[in-house]
Ligand binder design. Structure first.
Ligand code: FES
Length: 154
């Protein structure tokens, strides 16, 4: 992933990504995903470059970016914990775990906490993805241990 702030050719790269999608405004979501996959998030310059290439307003793009939860306007945290909040995990304590996790991660900008709805690991809930690695039967104590391991990596 490139550092978006240190990229002098961001506008040109956005234009190329748009061209790869035929400069079609109806491909906006795919284009946004492609730019975000390359740079990690979508800053104002990226939105400006995409708007110019597609000949649409920045307001239109901003509406799409803010509507879909998957698009980021800020650099992503170093680590991401995706905690399952769906029914099977709720039945075994994921809501209490989520409250614990939110409190534990207060003041930790390097560790992001996101809700997801079923990771396909329902029999072993509460389940989570920690930097893409599936974790099962999480307890508050096990969550704290995971956070300590992430902090040690930072
Ligand atoms: S409900 Fe949590 S993994 Fe399926």
């Amino acid at each position: 992933m490139s550092d978006i702030a240190a990229l002098p050719d961001l506008l040109e790269r956005c234009r190329k990504i748009c061209a790869q999608h035929g400069d079609r405004p109806d491909a906006l979501i795919e284009i946004l995903h492609a730019v975000q996959a390359e740079y990690g998030y979508l800053n104002d310059d990226a939105l400006k470059g995409i708007a110019h290439a597609l000949n649409i307003s920045r307001a239109e793009i901003y509406g799409v970016v803010t509507f879909y939860h998957d698009f980021r306007r800020e650099p992503p945290p170093a680590h991401v914990v995706k905690l399952c909040r769906a029914e099977a995990c709720q039945a075994v304590g994921s809501e209490d775990l989520a409250q614990h996790a939110e409190a534990r991660l207060l003041g930790h900008p390097s560790i992001g906490l996101e809700a997801v709805y079923c990771l396909g690991n329902c029999a072993l809930g509460p389940a989570a993805l920690v930097d893409g690695e599936l974790k099962a039967r999480l307890t508050p104590a096990a969550f704290d241990t995971l956070v300590e391991a992430l902090e040690a990596k930072a």
